[in-house]
Design a protein around this ligand. Structure first.
Ligand code: MIC
Ligand code: SF4
Length: 755
C-alpha cells in the first residue's frame, strides 16, 4: 500500500471537477501541465486563466521532499516558524553526506560516524514535526521518491533541483530552496510564476544503443542550459508511451540542466506497471479511474503548436547515442563524432573512470542494461581498462539487483559498489587514483558535469552518457570508442565487438528489500527536544537577518565581477563543504570561491577596496562586513544555474552583500535571493556589464520607491571620479518586496505566527 493514500485519493476526488472548471475558464483544451497546475491552486477552483510567464500564482503542493544537505537549513528555518507540525506530508532523505571511497559497507559506516551529529539532528527534527525520515543508505532522494511517493497528477516541491525526476511518474515536481519549502511546511501557499510550456513530441521507438538518457542529452543540446528557464517541458507521443517509467524519470531529471521549471509525462501503461511493481496497486487503481485527466487533452497532442509556446519533435528511431561535456551538460556530441571532436578540442582520450548511478540513472532497468554490457566483457574475456564505480539508487534496487545477480556481474569486472547515495555525483568521492590537478577524463551517467564537481579537480573532463554507454566506454578505456562500430582486443588477442545492450524494465521476480531504511515519525512529537551544541562546527541555530532601513543603498562596493559561467557550485561549492551545510557562519567561508574574477581571471582572488590588497573572496567580504560597508556582486548570464542550495543566497546575505546584479538568473537562485532579503536584479542593458570596473562604488537612486515593474537606477562611480548611470530590471512583486523590506521571507512568517 502507498504512503499517504488518503491524501492521494483526496487529490483524485477533486481532479475531474477542477480540470473541467479550468478548461472552461481557459477556454481551450488543456495540456497535462495545465491540468496539474490548475487543480492545485491555493484558492481551489480556477476562476480565471493565467498568463504564462507573467502571472504569479499561489499553489498548494501535495507533498515535500528534502535531502540531508539542504534539509538542515530548511529545518533550521522551519524551527523558527513557530509551528507544531508540518502541514503537508514531508520526507527527509540522507544521501548527500556519504563519501564514496572503499565500497558501500565501509563508506556507510564511516559516514554514520563522521556525520552522526547531522543525521541525529535531522532524525530528531523529523520525529518532532511529523516528517518521514529515510536513513543514510536508504537511497538517493529522487529514486526513493519515485519508488514510494510520486503519483500521477500530483504536485510536489523538494529542496533539490532534481526533484523534477518525479515527472517520470506524471507529477509536476519542482525544485525549490529551503525557504520555499518552509512556506508550505508552515501551511502557507507556494508562489510560482505561471510557467510557459514547451511540448516535446516523441515519435518512433528507442533501439540498440540509444537510451532515454540520449533523449535528454539531445534536448539539452537543443535548448542549452538556459533554454528551458521559466518553462515546463511536457513530453508526449507514441515514443513517450513506449518508454519505461524510470526512463521517463531520467528525462525529467535532467530537465533541471536546461533550466526548466520541471518536466512531465502523461499517465500511461508504463506508469501503471511501475506503480504496481512498487507495491502501489492502490494508486494505480485510483489513477485508472480518472485516467483522462492525468494526461493532456487529445486536441493538444494532435496540434501541439496551438497549445505550447514552443514545440520540439524527436524521432526516437533516428536518435543516436550521445556523450555530453566536458564542463557543461549541454555540449552534446553523438558518439559517432566523438573521436573527431575530442581530437579537435584536445580532450584527454584515456578514460580513468566510468561511474554509474546518481538520481538520474540508477534504476533497476539502468543496472540491467549496463550489466548486459559488463557481462559480455567478462564472457568475451575483455579486461576493463577504466575503473568502474556503481551507486545503486535505493536499497530496494540494490537488494533486488544483488538477489538477481546483477551486482555480481559488475564485481566480476572489478567494479566497486558504492553506497546507495549521491557519492561522486556531488564530489563525495575520495578518488585514490589521482591527486592534484592533472588533466584526465571520466565518463558518468550523472546529470551535472561542471568543473570540479566530481573530484574537485578543474582539469577532470567529465562526460555524461547513458549507463550502458558508460559501461562500454569504461571497458574500452577510451573516450573515442564507438561500440556500434569499433572492435576491442580481448585477452586472447582476438578482436571482439560488444553486442547491443538489453535491459529488463522491472524485476521479473518483483522488487524485494529487507530494511528499506525508513523511520516513521512519532504521532505526537511535541515533547521531543532538539539539541544543537553551541560549539558545534556542523550546526548553528539561525539569527534573523536585519530588516531594510528604507533608505537608498549607497556606498556599495563591488566585491566581485564574476566572469562567465557562475553556477551554484561556483557560489557555494559542495564536496568538502557539504559538511557545513547546517552552519551558516562556517559555510560562508566558501562564498564565491569558485567564481572567476573578471579582472584577473583568477578564482578566489579579489581586490579589497579598503586596503587595495588582494585576498580570498570570503576574507575580503568579511572585512567589508566588519567595516559596515555594503557590497554588490556582478555576474553574467544564467547566474546561479544548477542547484537549489539556498546557501548560495544566504552566505552573501549573512556576510553583508546586499545586491546581486547580473545579465540573467537561474529561476531557483533568483527566488532564493529574494526569500533571503537580497536584492537580485538584472542589467536592463546587458552591455552595461562591461562598464563595471574593479574599484567601483554603487549608489542607488530610487530604491526608496521600490515597486513592482519599475526598474531601479543606480549611479556607478569609478575610481577616477567619472560616473555611469545604469538601469536594472527586477521581477519582485508586492509580497516579494515585503520580504526585502522585512529582511527575509522568514521574518514575515514569524511576524504572522506570533500574531
Ligand atoms: C546537486 O545535484 O547539485 C545537489 C547537490 O543535489 C543540489 C542540492 C544541494 O546543493 O544540496 C541540487 O541539485 O539542488
Ligand atoms: Fe544527488 Fe547527484 Fe542527484 Fe544531486 S544530482 S540529488 S547530488 S545524485
Amino acid at each position: 500500500m502507498a504512503y499517504d493514500i488518503d491524501m492521494i485519493k483526496k487529490v483524485y476526488s477533486q481532479m475531474a471537477d477542477r480540470v473541467n472548471k479550468a478548461r472552461k475558464v481557459v477556454g481551450k483544451p488543456l495540456t497535462l501541465s495545465e491540468k496539474i497546475l490548475y487543480s492545485h491552486l491555493w484558492d481551489g477552483d480556477a476562476s480565471k486563466g493565467f498568463t504564462r510567464g507573467k502571472d504569479y500564482v499561489d499553489f498548494a503542493p501535495d507533498r515535500i521532499a528534502c535531502q540531508d544537505a539542504t534539509a538542515q537549513m530548511a529545518l533550521l528555518q522551519f524551527m523558527q516558524a513557530g509551528k507544531k507540525n508540518v502541514a503537508v506530508p514531508t520526507t527527509v532523505h540522507c544521501d548527500h553526506l556519504i563519501q564514496a571511497k572503499k565500497g558501500a559497507a565501509i563508506d556507510l559506516a564511516t559516514a554514520n560516524k563522521s556525520s552522526h551529529e547531522v543525521f541525529d539532528f535531522l532524525e530528531s527534527v523529523s520525529d518532532k514535526y511529523g516528517i518521514g525520515f529515510w536513513k543514510p543508505g536508504a537511497g538517493i532522494i529522487h529514486q526513493v521518491v519515485l519508488e514510494n511517493y510520486a503519483f500521477p497528477g500530483g504536485m510536489m516541491i523538494g529542496t533539490d533541483s532534481h526533484t523534477v525526476n518525479a515527472g517520470g511518474l506524471g507529477m509536476v515536481a519542482i525544485g525549490v530552496g529551503g525557504a520555499d519549502a518552509v512556506d508550505v511546511m508552515a501551511g502557507m501557499a507556494w508562489e510560482l510564476k505561471f510557467p510557459k510550456l514547451i511540448g516535446v513530441k516523441l515519435t518512433g521507438k528507442l533501439s540498440g544503443w540509444t537510451a532515454p538518457k540520449d533523449v535528454i542529452l539531445k534536448v539539452a543540446g537543443i535548448l542549452t542550459v538556459k533554454g528551458g528557464t521559466g518553462a515546463i517541458v511536457e513530453y508526449f507521443g507514441e515514443g513517450a508511451r513506449s518508454m519505461s517509467c524510470t526512463g521517463k524519470g531520467t528525462i525529467c531529471n535532467m530537465g533541471a540542466e536546461v533550466g526548466a521549471t520541471t518536466s512531465t509525462f502523461g499517465y500511461d501503461d508504463s506508469m501503471e506497471r511501475y506503480l504496481k511493481a512498487t507495491d502501489r496497486a492502490d494508486v494505480a487503481e485510483a489513477a485508472n479511474e480518472i485516467r483522462e485527466h492525468l494526461t493532456g487533452d487529445d486536441e493538444v497532442y494532435a496540434s501541439p503548436e496551438k497549445y505550447f509556446d514552443e514545440v520540439i519533435e524527436i524521432d526516437l528511431s533516428e536518435l543516436k547515442p550521445h556523450l555530453n561535456g566536458p564542463f557543461t551538460p549541454d555540449l552534446a556530441t553523438p558518439i559517432s563524432e566523438m573521436a573527431k571532436k575530442a581530437k579537435e578540442n584536445d580532450w584527454p582520450i584515456k578514460v580513468d573512470w566510468g561511474l554509474i548511478g546518481s538520481c538520474t540513472n540508477s534504476s533497476y532497468e539502468d543496472l540491467t542494461r549496463a550489466a548486459s554490457i559488463a557481462k559480455q566483457a567478462v564472457d568475451k574475456k575483455i579486461i576493463a581498462k577504466s575503473d568502474l564505480g556503481i551507486n545503486p539508487g535505493s536499497e530496494t534496487i540494490r537488494f533486488t539487483a544483488e538477489r538477481d545477480g546483477l551486482l555480481q556481474i559488475f564485481e566480476d569486472l572489478n567494479a566497486t559498489i558504492f553506497t546507495n547515495a549521491c557519492g561522486p555525483c556531488i564530489g563525495q568521492w575520495d578518488r585514490s587514483d589521482r591527486k592534484g590537478d592533472e588533466r584526465n577524463t571520466i565518463v558518468h551517467s550523472f546529470n551535472r558535469n561542471f568543473s570540479k564537481r566530481a573530484d574537485g579537480n578543474p582539469n577532470t573532463h567529465a562526460f555524461v552518457g547513458s549507463p550502458e554507454m558508460v559501461a562500454a566506454i569504461a571497458i574500452s578505456g577510451r573516450l573515442d570508442f564507438d561500440p556500434t562500430r569499433d572492435k576491442l582486443l580481448n585477452e586472447d588477442g582476438v578482436e571482439v565487438m560488444l553486442d547491443e545492450p538489453a535491459g529488463i524494465e522491472l524485476p521479473p521476480k518483483g522488487f524485494d528489500v529487507k530494511d528499506p531504511g525508513y523511520l516513521a515519525p512519532s504521532k505526537d512529537g511535541n515533547a521531543i527536544e532538539i539539541k544543537v551544541a553551541k560549539d558545534s562546527e556542523r550546526l548553528q541555530l539561525l539569527e534573523p537577518f536585519e530588516p531594510w532601513d528604507g533608505k537608498n543603498l549607497s556606498g556599495v562596493k563591488l566585491l566581485i565581477k564574476a566572469f562567465g559561467k557562475c553556477t551554484t557550485d561556483h557560489i557555494s561549492m559542495a564536496g568538502p563543504w557539504l559538511r557545513f551545510r547546517g552552519h551558516l557562519d562556517n559555510i560562508s567561508n566558501n562564498m564565491l570561491i569558485g567564481a572567476i574574477n573578471a579582472f584577473n581571471k583568477k578564482t578566489n582572488l579579489v581586490k579589497n577596496q579598503i586596503t587595495g590588497e588582494y585576498d580570498a573572496v570570503p576574507a575580503v567580504q568579511r572585512a567589508y562586513k566588519a567595516a559596515g560597508i555594503p557590497t554588490i556582486v556582478v555576474g553574467d548570464h544564467n547566474y546561479g544555474e544548477g542547484s537549489s542550495r539556498e546557501h548560495a543566497a544566504m552566505e552573501p546575505r549573512f556576510l553583508g552583500v546586499r545586491v546581486v546584479l547580473v545579465k540573467s538568473f537561474a529561476r531557483i537562485h533568483e527566488t532564493n535571493l529574494k526569500k533571503q532579503g537580497m536584492l537580485g536584479i538584472t542589467f536592463a542593458n546587458e552591455k552595461d556589464y562591461d562598464l563595471i570596473l574593479e574599484d567601483d562604488t554603487f549608489n542607488f537612486v530610487d530604491l526608496e520607491s521600490f515597486a513592482p515593474d519599475k526598474p531601479l537606477n543606480m549611479e556607478v562611480v569609478h575610481a577616477d571620479g567619472s560616473k555611469d548611470l545604469i538601469k536594472a530590471n527586477h521581477t519582485y512583486n508586492e509580497s516579494q518586496i515585503e520580504w526585502f523590506k522585512q529582511g527575509s521571507a522568514l521574518n514575515l512568517i514569524k511576524m504572522h505566527s506570533v500574531a
